[in-house]
Design a protein around this ligand. Sequence first.
Ligand SMILES: Cc1cc2nc3c(=O)[nH]c(=O)nc-3n(C[C@H](O)[C@H](O)[C@H](O)COP(=O)(O)OP(=O)(O)OC[C@H]3O[C@@H](n4cnc5c(N)ncnc54)[C@H](O)[C@@H]3O)c2cc1C
Length: 327
Amino acid sequence: MPDEIFRQLRQELNGDLRENEILAPYTTFKIGGPARYFYVAKDPDDFMKAIELANKFNISYLILGGGSNILVSEKGFSGVVIRKQNGVPSRDFKIEGDKIITDAQVKLGVLVQKTGEAGLTGLEWAAGIPGTVGGAVRGNAGAYGGEMSQNVTKITALCGKKCNQKKSFDNKDMNFSYRHSMFKKNKKCAILSIELQLKKGDKKLIEQRIKKIVGARNRNSTPQYPSAGCIFKNPIVENNKILEDFKKETGDKLTYNKIPAGYLIDKLGLKGKKIGGAMISDKNANFILNIGDATAEHVIMLISFIKQQVRDNYNIQLREEIELIGF
Ligand SMILES: Cc1cc2nc3c(=O)[nH]c(=O)nc-3n(C[C@H](O)[C@H](O)[C@H](O)COP(=O)(O)OP(=O)(O)OC[C@H]3O[C@@H](n4cnc5c(N)ncnc54)[C@H](O)[C@@H]3O)c2cc1C
């Protein structure tokens, strides 16, 4: 039976509104229970209206991008999940010289492809990262020496106590750091649009760089099974022995003494470790895979196990990169 809030939401919102929608299919992990209310907005006005109504009815809301950096509990989410219809490139982003203005819901992969085709360089590092540009800005996504903070110049977001004030932010306002932006702290903000600055480049070279990165990702990390990418942030390590061992064994340079969490997990021989349907990837030990019917509980147990092993053996506390929803 639809409840009173659902009836009111239905009266006031255009577009696709559902009750008790299972979230698993909307996540790359393919795990997670129902959203009490689930709304797909067709345009920015509907999107803002949905947030306004969530505030009016005093229910929590979650902005969902590509669902590639979250683990949703079996209980699901008790408020309203709000998505924008997938960004349509021809409508939702434009290239002005070497600047890009894009809706937050456009897929990062589409942006990499289209900017490359336009002969703009600077986003090649993001090739192969799933999810939306909005999600990538919020978490300052990064790979292969690049991160969003290097490309973003401005964004427009809905902020404020009730998330109803449209504001513009410059790069320096966003407090970017490793896998972090101010939007992670300020959970109420909804990123609407983003301006990126790229450079004119050689189309052929851009294409080659993208191919090289996608090839490396396929060899080193891209899994055969559903996942949410790296589970943990790479920790800053002070222990000289670990740092020296890492440099000797991999030949890689370190930035700010940050050691890949996957290296530490691998050294403990944990690749392939399973709990229920959740397994530590045997390509990149920082990935947990849903090898079939994994529940959020299985993943959480495996996360706890890894954290404990790394703490006991290296005295290092791993922290999650993924966001836990509904726990
Ligand atoms: C196979 C695989 C490989 C990956 N590789 C990488 C990698 O190399 N580097 C990397 O950094 N990440 C990687 N990831 C993680 C993930 O793809 C990125 O973090 C991505 O940027 C998340 O975007 P999303 O749209 O999927 O966010 P979601 O998972 O939908 O959301 C994540 C958080 O952002 C919030 N959010 C989303 N959109 C908005 C918005 N418009 N306004 C406000 N908040 C918003 C959500 O509420 C949620 O809190 C990988 C994931 C997978 C599955």
